[in-house]
Design a protein around this ligand. Sequence first.
Ligand SMILES: NC(=O)c1ccc[n+]([C@@H]2O[C@H](COP(=O)([O-])OP(=O)(O)OC[C@H]3O[C@@H](n4cnc5c(N)ncnc54)[C@H](O)[C@@H]3O)[C@@H](O)[C@H]2O)c1
Length: 165
Amino acid sequence: MGQLDGKIALVTAGGGGIGQATAWLLAERGASVIAADIDAAGLDETVRHSPAPDRLSTIVADATTLQGAQSAVAAAKAKFGGLSILVNVVGGSKPGKTVVDLTPEEWDGWVRLNLTSAFLMCKAALPVMAASGGGSIVNISSGASECLTTSPPWSPSCPATTEHS
Ligand SMILES: NC(=O)c1ccc[n+]([C@@H]2O[C@H](COP(=O)([O-])OP(=O)(O)OC[C@H]3O[C@@H](n4cnc5c(N)ncnc54)[C@H](O)[C@@H]3O)[C@@H](O)[C@H]2O)c1
């Protein structure tokens, strides 16, 4: 019997990297999993190499839009009947720019990818999760938010943020 038998999980960025590995692990441990990503080919690979393909479904959805978040949650409900685990993996950074170099548009894009996506996913998921009897939300972040690296500049402790001040 699996540790997560009967659980229904939704994993963003499930078409590659950490999200893909998370989707595989949750399915291996017995959960029914929806992997959501903007990369359809990556999602195909997630299913193809899954240790439990019968418990793994996918949806192409953009976690940085409310519509994408809602469609991912709706897919979990339609396919498996509810939601008990949400893993927000979408995020990332591109090193190399300081606050001085970064444009406001780029800043907004990174905040949307790293922060707003988790908000939108939680907003869409919480009512369904509550109706399913409760659950767990795991937000994946980066160690870059804590350590003294030169990027990303939206890290509060980052020297690149303050070196021009
Ligand atoms: N790679 C690392 O060493 C590392 C370390 C610590 C934390 N993290 C964090 O883990 C998370 C994932 O990192 P990764 O290295 O696996 O990333 P990755 O770049 O390998 O994978 C990102 C996946 O997210 C998908 N994606 C991108 N934008 C999306 C969107 N708007 N909606 C849905 N899917 C989208 C991509 O298609 C891709 O499949 C990030 O938040 C990152 O900050 C990564």
